[in-house]
Ligand binder design. Structure first.
Ligand SMILES: NC(=O)c1ccc[n+]([C@@H]2O[C@H](COP(=O)([O-])OP(=O)(O)OC[C@H]3O[C@@H](n4cnc5c(N)ncnc54)[C@H](O)[C@@H]3O)[C@@H](O)[C@H]2O)c1
Ligand SMILES: O=c1ccn([C@@H]2O[C@H](COP(=O)(O)OP(=O)(O)O[C@H]3OC[C@@H](O)[C@H](O)[C@H]3O)[C@@H](O)[C@H]2O)c(=O)[nH]1
Length: 388
């Protein structure tokens, strides 16, 4: 298996050691799984939690990859082991971040520290030790589309030039400072600029990834089951929680915002190409999303209701959705990206990557997982509310 691996230019791929920061999260867990199952690479997995990668780590010594993955429980905010681990690796991948919108306006300081200040030493150690860095940014750096500022009935709103998001030409458009929603996007933008400058001035070999709503199994948590009862995760987990509890799905401000969703397994293929094709990936910023999977949040809710009914065998609620204001749901300072369609030209040209999975198919496999993993626990929690 390992001997046959070649890169996009037909050259053999050498086994490498990867320092993966935030390896215990949603994306990290899928990336670790893929690296263990299909490559000879070693992973130094850094995180404060490891629940989502426990199946790869335990029981110790029982997997064919046991000697290729090592978990290091550490907080990159304050841990002197960080530089040593980066030095031991050929490549560092930084996924660590606060990246849940409910936090951006309610914990703006933690959000800014996590996405900018805490990422600084990682960039510095990579630059000083001449180590390659793949840094996870976000599609939120684009903010709002130019088209959103046009009059509602302007025909220009139909012109892709006013809404398709391109790495090298689209501006970054955020709301005013009191709209603290943008604390995250702004911090991510500044760390992107810093990494880019390290590349330009000090020769840092970097790749920046801008994920566009990657979704799939193990994303976030179900409140009161494997996360805090009052916690507000991202939309996939919010809607899954509502479906599992047979509650109407809450549509923020009418559910009019639009998103494109990409299946985590498709997106991980793109990251693998970046890891194994440094000559094609270095110095680039890549959108990673699925422009064909665009829906409004309302349409997402309707589709998830239909798919969940199919996979669970339960009929949908008579009133499947309810409207809620953003102030009520997220608090003051919330704002939203109106529309997010990634331009795919650069990733397609450099890495030949295209997403494959339709929204219906990715929801079917993801909601089958949600149902199998959580339905019983949710039922028990509902039956014994006092114990929770
Ligand atoms: N999932 C998406 O669609 C999406 C979209 C845009 C951007 N991103 C970016 O991708 C990255 C990963 O996202 P995810 O969806 O896997 O999120 P996640 O929250 O599931 O994973 C992040 C992981 O980082 C860890 N972490 C955070 N701070 C840390 C610290 N100080 N020290 C050590 N570990 C720390 C967390 O414990 C968590 O396991 C983030 O940078 C996020 O901004 C993700
Ligand atoms: O229960 C809910 C949850 C969310 N929503 C809406 O659904 C949309 C998507 O919300 P999500 O929480 O998934 O997150 P967003 O797409 O707004 O941002 C995400 O995008 C990229 C990443 O950087 C982050 O993971 C996150 O910031 C928003 O319009 C939100 O208002 C609901 O209508 N109801």
């Amino acid at each position: 298996m390992a001997a046959a691996r070649v890169d996009l230019d037909g050259k053999p791929i050498k086994a490498m050691t990867i320092c993966m920061i935030g390896a215990g999260g949603f994306i990290g867990s899928h990336l670790c799984e893929k690296l263990m199952a299909e490559t000879p690479h070693k992973v130094l997995a850094l995180d404060v939690y490891n629940d989502k990668i426990k199946h790869l780590l335990e029981p110790a010594g029982s997997h064919p990859w046991s000697d290729r993955i090592q978990f290091h429980r550490l907080n990159i905010k304050q841990d002197s082991r960080l530089e040593g681990l980066i030095k031991m690796a050929d490549l560092t991948i930084n996924l660590a971040a606060i990246c849940t919108p409910a936090d951006y306006n309610t914990r703006p300081l933690d959000t800014i520290y996590s996405n900018f200040i805490d990422a600084l030493p990682v960039v510095k150690y990579c630059s000083e030790n001449s180590k390659r860095l793949i840094h996870f940014s976000t599609c939120e750096v684009y903010g709002k589309t130019i088209g959103s500022f046009l009059p509602k009935d302007s025909p220009l709103r139909q012109d892709p030039a006013y809404y398709v998001l391109k790495e090298d030409t689209s501006p970054c458009i955020f709301g005013s400072i009191e709209k603290q929603r943008w604390s995250y996007a702004c911090a991510k933008q500044l760390i992107e600029r810093l990494i880019y400058a390290e590349g330009a001035e000090n020769g840092l070999e970097f790749t920046i990834v801008r994920p566009f709503n990657w979704i799939g199994p193990r994303m976030d948590f179900i409140p009161g089951i494997d996360g805090p009862s009052e916690g507000v995760p991202r939309v996939l987990a919010c809607f899954s929680n509502n479906l599992l509890r047979r509650e109407p799905l809450k549509l923020v401000d009418g559910g009019e915002s639009q998103r494109t969703f990409v299946y985590i397994k498709d997106a991980i293929e793109a990251v693998m190409l970046m890891i194994e094709n440094p000559a094609r990936a270095n110095g680039h910023i890549f959108n990673v999303g699925n422009p064909n999977n665009e829906v409004t949040v309302r349409q997402l809710g309707e589709m998830m209701t239909e798919v969940y009914s199919k996979v669970s065998g339960e009929p949908p609620l008579e009133v499947p959705t309810v409207d809620v204001s953003s102030k009520e749901f997220y608090g003051v300072g919330y704002d939203d990206s109106d529309k997010r369609i990634p331009d795919m030209t650069i990733i397609n040209k450099q890495l030949g990557w295209d997403p494959k999975t339709s929204l219906w198919d990715l929801l079917e496999s993801t909601l089958t997982y949600q149902h199998r993993t959580y339905a019983e626990a949710v039922k028990q929690a509902i039956a014994k509310p006092a114990a929770n």
